[in-house]
Design a binder for this molecule. Structure first.
Ligand SMILES: [Zn+2]
Length: 81
């Protein structure tokens, strides 16, 4: 699995929808790729935050955030307003 595929499968992975074999491959890549580990962790944190807070307005967008994260936060904001 490539870093690109990690990004593609991330949502399914977090939702527990990844088939067991793919999940194992996913986790194997994470174990060997610190960059993806950081990506997944920050993504997971933001998703949890966006889901738990009444409004994603509490989440501050920073320059270092991946585009995907920013998009998710902005989507969540427009849904709530
Ligand atoms: Zn990677």
């Amino acid at each position: 699995m490539t870093c690109r595929e990690i990004a593609d499968f991330l949502m399914q992975y977090l939702d527990g929808e990844l088939p067991r074999r793919q999940r194992a491959t996913f986790e194997l890549h994470l174990a060997n790729c610190p960059a993806c580990r950081v990506y997944v962790e920050s993504y997971e944190r933001t998703v949890t935050l966006a889901r738990s807070s009444k409004s994603a307005a509490d989440v501050s967008i920073t320059e270092s955030m991946p585009d995907e994260l920013v998009r998710l936060i902005l989507e969540s904001r427009s849904r709530n307003s």
